[in-house]
Design a protein around this ligand. Structure first.
Ligand SMILES: Nc1ncnc2c1ncn2[C@@H]1O[C@H](COP(=O)(O)OP(=O)(O)OP(=O)(O)O)[C@@H](O)[C@H]1O
Ligand SMILES: [Mg+2]
Length: 258
């Protein structure tokens, strides 16, 4: 059985890719078969954070007629990875049919992973919404900024009203302390609960960290460092909380039949 988890946010640039990459590596390093899908199509950059340069991407699957298994790369930490291609290819404006072709094709993989983490583009555009609705679980990345709150609320509202999603995991990124992160979550939850009947689950926080910034600049994901750190603990802690997050029953197609 594969548990698919979409990582999204209302506002861009809040740390989705950083979190998707390190969470996927955390699971993979715990010897759980994990696949990371970069579904920020046309703007994909998870491979940069992973420090790899895969030759094939979803573009070769969609436009080059390669089977999906052929565009899966395995990193040295045994993480399976599917790249979402770059702005040069035609993935930016995919239609419904192609998106469905991508989603349905994962079921054909012969060795199904235990977890699939999906880095989804920000906001409530059609592409992001389809990938979110096709995942079992959805995580929204939040920061303490009011703009992040408002955009995350709008995304949750659209997901709830249009796709019947009602379970959302929340990760607070760029926090200054565990207490402040929890307070931000509580505040966001109380605003959301005033207007929407959805379940929000606090999965943990990631501190604002120079180590994380440096890891991005050096293209060497933080989780692969041999040295223990509060940041690594934060990602491991979040990975332990994943299964306690409820699934969404959207009635739309899913990545895996299970
Ligand atoms: N916990 C953190 N500590 C320090 N810097 C961070 C942290 N998380 C993210 N950043 C910084 O924020 C920038 C944006 O992060 P990231 O690319 O992961 O966001 P994103 O939500 O995926 O963006 P986009 O919406 O463009 O896909 C990174 O370049 C990184 O420098
Ligand atoms: Mg990103």
């Amino acid at each position: 059985m594969t548990t698919t988890i979409a990582i999204t946010s209302g506002k861009g640039g809040v740390g989705k890719t950083t979190i998707a990459v390190n969470l996927a590596l955390s699971l993979s390093l715990q010897k759980k078969e994990t696949l990371l899908l970069d579904a920020d199509l046309g703007m994909a950059n998870a491979h940069i954070l992973l420090g790899i340069n895969p030759k094939l991407s979803l573009d070769d699957f969609i436009n080059g007629n390669l089977e999906l298994a052929k565009v899966i790369t395995t990193t040295k930490d045994n993480l399976k990875f599917v790249s979402g291609g770059n702005a040069i290819n035609n993935l930016l404006n995919l239609g419904d049919l192609e998106r469905h072709k991508i989603i349905k094709s994962f079921n054909d993989i012969s060795k199904k992973p235990e977890f699939m983490i999906i880095d989804v583009g920000a906001g409530a555009e059609a592409s992001s919404m389809t990938f979110m609705a096709s995942a079992d679980k959805v995580i929204v990345v939040l920061t303490g900024e009011p703009t992040s709150f408002i955009d995350a609320y709008s995304l949750i509202k659209t997901s709830f009203l249009d796709y019947k999603m009602n379970n959302f995991g929340i990760i607070v990124n760029l926090s200054t302390s565990p207490l402040q992160a929890k307070l931000n979550f509580d505040k966001f939850q109380s605003i959301t609960h005033k207007f929407l009947d959805v379940n929000l689950k606090f999965l943990g926080h990631v501190p604002t960290s120079q180590k994380i910034k440096n890891s991005i600049i050096s293209r060497s994901a933080l989780m692969t460092s041999k040295v223990e750190s509060p940041e690594k603990n934060a990602f491991n802690e979040i990975s332990k909380n994943l299964l306690s997050l409820g699934n969404n029953k959207t009635g739309t197609i899913k990545f895996f039949d299970n």
